[in-house]
Design a protein around this ligand. Structure first.
Ligand code: PEP
Ligand code: MG
Length: 315
């Protein structure tokens, strides 16, 4: 019933007993921001800035970046927009930045790691984000991709602060970051879990390989335990933890994520209505019970079947 029903969503995400869950949109190309706002998104939980950098021989100028970022911020006046800094490498190679000779690009110099060798690219990008943020009224949060350590977190937060960007957070998409979320969130203002990469690195299964699709499942209890651990760190430091990977768009997964302690879900705008509907029909306590059921399973298939069997049927 959930998949076939045409629903709309305009308002605020909540469980049936009123527990707030922020329902946000993932945005790629800047033009997609207006569509996300039309779809009712409460804000942007992941703006993938690499779309402004792809298929280019050189880094785009600061002025070009400001223009692209302002387009996204302008679609969400007064609302939260989480801007992710450049996630170059592996599945997102950039000609001007990526070393194509690396034998294992997914385990190589990618994401925030590219700034170790090219600090100027991150600095230029933060300059552009700060300029766009001062010109628009959106509430701008900045986050780094592929953070693995407490030191990287500290360096990124300090780099953002130099540009007056005070709400700086990290993506949790590497198991080390999930397991170190307490000390990481003592430094960062928030965490956003990227389930696409967190699943890839927890299961050691390339997210681009169709032949490994059965292993690339965020419903696997091993991945859910990583998420649970991240939420534990968030609760310990009173920092919000969101999810911006594809898993947030699946209603059964969304309920489990909320039960694990996730406070915002960011997804493709078309998935917002179904996720809003299933949350509105489920209490927080039920979400927590379903999360425990999934954590106790021995496989992704078993976890999904257990949760799906208990979900409310919506018409
Ligand atoms: C993720 O890894 O889940 C994520 C949201 O980032 P991307 O898919 O852009 O790597
Ligand atoms: Mg990722």
């Amino acid at each position: 019933a959930l998949a076939t029903q045409v629903r709309t969503f305009d308002g605020e995400g909540r469980t049936s007993d009123g527990h707030r869950v922020h329902l946000l949109a993932n945005v790629g190309e800047p033009a997609g921001a207006a569509k996300a706002a039309e779809a009712g998104a409460e804000g942007v939980g992941l703006f993938r800035t690499e779309f402004c950098f792809l298929d280019r021989a050189e880094e785009p100028s600061v002025a070009e970046q400001v223009k692209a970022y302002r387009t996204v911020l302008a679609a969400f006046p007064g609302k939260k927009v989480v801007v992710r800094t450049l996630d170059a490498g592996a599945d997102k190679p950039m000609p001007f930045l990526t070393d194509t000779a690396e034998p294992n690009p997914a385990l190589g110099v990618r994401g925030l790691r590219t700034s170790w060798r090219n600090p100027r690219i991150l600095d230029n990008q933060l300059t552009a984000i700060a300029e766009a943020a001062s010109a628009e009224s959106a509430d701008v949060w900045v986050m780094a991709p592929m953070v693995a350590t407490v030191d990287e977190t500290e360096e990124f937060v300090a780099a953002c602060a130099k540009h007056g960007l005070t709400t700086a957070g990290v993506m949790v998409e590497v198991p080390s970051a999930a397991l170190m979320s307490g000390p990481i969130l003592a430094r960062a203002a928030f965490a956003s879990i990227g389930t696409n990469d967190l699943t890839q690195y927890t299961m050691a299964a390339d997210r681009l390989l169709g032949s490994l699709a059965s292993l690339s499942d965020a419903f696997h209890p091993a991945v859910l335990r990583m998420i649970e651990e991240t939420c534990r760190g968030g609760a310990q430091q009173s920092r919000p933890v969101g999810v911006c990977g594809e898993a947030a768009a699946d209603p059964a997964t969304a309920v489990v994520l909320v039960g694990l302690g996730v406070s915002s879900l960011s997804m493709s705008p078309r998935s917002l209505p179904d996720v809003a509907a299933v949350l509105a029909a489920t209490s927080l306590q039920r979400c927590q019970e379903l999360a425990q059921l999934a954590l106790g399973a021995e496989s992704a298939e078993q976890a999904r079947a257990l949760v799906r069997g208990q979900l409310p049927v919506l018409d």
